[in-house]
Design a binder for this molecule. Structure first.
Ligand code: HEM
Length: 510
């Protein structure tokens, strides 16, 4: 009798445990404490939540998790509710249907240090300050007419790049494309933003690389704020060091401009920095009851830093990934060269006015940004209020990560060969990359979509076209295309882990 009783107790105990585990992992997991339905997601551990699941390449880890939990997945990173969006339909709900609710950015330790307390544009919370800064930057730096004004600058810099690569070709040398392209973009953007050549006294590019990397890290101090004073990952220390070095660069640039600018001569402003200096100490939006403010030196430095960070790395990363794929697919290089020969001929360099006729080049850029999005999670958004999306409750102050890397690998959209580099998939397709077709959103979409897209697309297509038109390229030391290392390094942006090296042969008749 006693053994039957013991057996019954064991059975009841086992059933209760099953029920408890079921409730905690399935039911409670999917509902908040008020019983509202949350998106599905993996069970969170106490304190750290799901932080341990991110790994070294979070976009890939979350891609695998989304296969199990679906395109709207909920995680808890430390104490921060986080929603991972992994399909075009879901992205459209967050970035178009509910765009306004998700138009803010989370406050992070990195933006405190590197954006002078979110005083720039990229990491600034939604509101009247952000709107004004975005309007300014668009008007004075990124508008179609400003981009066109700098056509001669791009042309001159690209010509000198071609001359330098030509010398390497004659000498039979290998070219470090990552370095060359990076320097080219840095040189042209310095002229656009600061109105002057880059200052060789500073290594601004390396500081910007660190900025992008630090901005992208999952910093425990942001997710478990009471651990911030311990700075467990040493990120706080690195942020302080980088921000100090950057501050010195921007102080010097502003000083040089202030000395060369007559504060009484209001117009015309020579360049973007002059325009910003003119705004110094002026009340902004004096009639705006929401938030009147004065523009101070820190605001100017934050805006300059954001413009530099947003433009230095991004276009260069796109060009280098596209080049990597072209080197792995020789037929794509040949087809590009055939198109260039038909449109440009072999007697002259490519001009910006040729770009609209280079349709295959467009497909190559689309395909490359599809497989290698520069910002795998876009720039993280934050919800400004509680909202229901697709039947799920998304609490206010949730962090939203749109996993564009994952969206590119969906076989339901891109067919069985989703992971192959195949520009021809865009033949006869209407899918564009400017933020209206949610299958392909390398520049994001909606109110916070990239304002530098036009400049970026001209730069990327022009540099790629020129280098492929002027030279034949092969991998160094007899390396086979399938041996090229395609590892990524995760940050806010997703560059190659290694520099791309290739050997040029000049091919124009000029
Ligand atoms: C191929 C190159 C580029 C790519 C792929 C790219 C991509 C992006 C992405 C994904 C975002 C976030 C969008 C979102 O949250 O929906 C963004 C924002 C931004 N980009 Fe770009 N970008 C590029 C080049 C540039 C350039 C050249 C500039 C010029 C300064 C620029 C300036 C910005 C700014 C200021 C923001 C923040 C906008 C805001 O928060 O309101 N980008 N970019």
């Amino acid at each position: 009798m006693s053994s039957i009783l013991a057996l019954a107790l064991v059975l009841i105990g086992t059933l209760c445990s099953f029920f408890y585990i079921f409730r905690t992992t399935v039911f409670r997991q999917n509902h908040d404490k008020n019983g509202r339905k949350l998106p599905p997601g993996p069970r969170a551990l106490p304190i750290i939540g799901n932080l341990h699941m991110l790994g070294k390449l979070p976009h890939q880890s979350l891609h695998h998790l989304a296969k199990r939990y679906g395109p709207i997945m909920s995680l808890r990173l430390g104490s921060v509710p986080t929603i991972v969006v992994s399909s075009p339909a879901a992205a459209e709900l967050f970035l178009k249907t509910h765009d306004l609710v998700f138009s803010s950015r989370p406050k992070m330790q990195a933006s405190e240090y590197l954006s002078y307390g979110s005083k720039g544009m990229v990491f600034t919370q939604y509101g009247s300050y952000w709107r004004t800064v975005r309007k300014w930057c668009t008007l004075h730096l990124l508008s179609a007419s400003k981009v066109e004004e700098f056509t001669p600058v791009r042309k001159a810099h690209l010509r000198s790049l071609v001359e330098s690569v030509k010398k390497s070709a004659v000498a039979g040398e290998v070219v470090d494309l990552t370095r060359k392209v990076g320097e080219l973009i840095e040189d042209t953007m310095c002229l656009m933003i600061f109105g002057q050549d880059k200052d060789d006294g500073f290594n601004l590019r390396s500081l910007i690389d660190q900025t992008m990397h630090l901005h992208g890290l999952f910093n425990i101090s942001d997710f478990i704020p009471y651990l911030a004073p311990l700075d467990l990952q040493g990120i706080g220390r690195r942020l302080r060091r980088t921000s100090k070095l950057l501050d010195a660069v921007f102080e010097k640039i502003i000083d040089e401009h202030v000395q060369g600018t007559d504060p009484n001569s209001l117009k015309p402003h020579k360049d973007f920095v002059d325009m910003m200096i003119f705004m110094l100490n002026q009340p902004m939006n004096p009639h705006d009851e929401e938030q009147p403010y004065i523009i101070e030196r820190n605001n100017v430095k934050a805006i300059l830093l954001d413009m530099t960070a947003a433009s230095f790395d991004t276009s260069a990363i796109v060009i280098v990934w596209a080049f990597s794929e072209i080197l792995r697919h020789r037929r794509v290089m040949i087809r590009l060269q055939q198109e260039l020969e038909a449109v440009v001929g072999r007697n002259r360099l490519v001009e910006e006015s040729d770009l609209s006729k280079l349709l295959y080049l467009d497909m190559v850029v689309k395909e490359s940004t599809r497989l290698h999005p520069v910002a795998p999670f876009l720039v993280p958004r934050e919800s400004m209020e509680d909202v229901i999306v697709d039947g799920y409750f998304i609490p206010k102050k949730s962090r939203i990560l749109v996993n564009t890397w994952s969206m590119a690998r969906a076989r339901s959209i891109w067919s069985e060969n989703a992971e192959e580099f195949l520009p021809e998939r865009f033949i006869g397709s209407n899918i564009d990359l400017r933020g209206h077709d949610f299958e392909l959103i390398p520049f994001g979409s909606g109110r916070r979509g990239c304002p530098g897209m036009q400049l970026a697309l001209i730069t990327v297509r022009l540099v790629l076209a020129q280098l492929i038109h002027c030279f034949d390229w092969e991998l160094p030391d007899g390396m086979q295309p399938n041996e090229l290392d395609m590892s990524e390094i995760f940050g806010l942006s997703l560059p190659r882990d290694n520099h791309l090296l290739a050997k040029p042969t000049y091919r124009l008749l000029e």
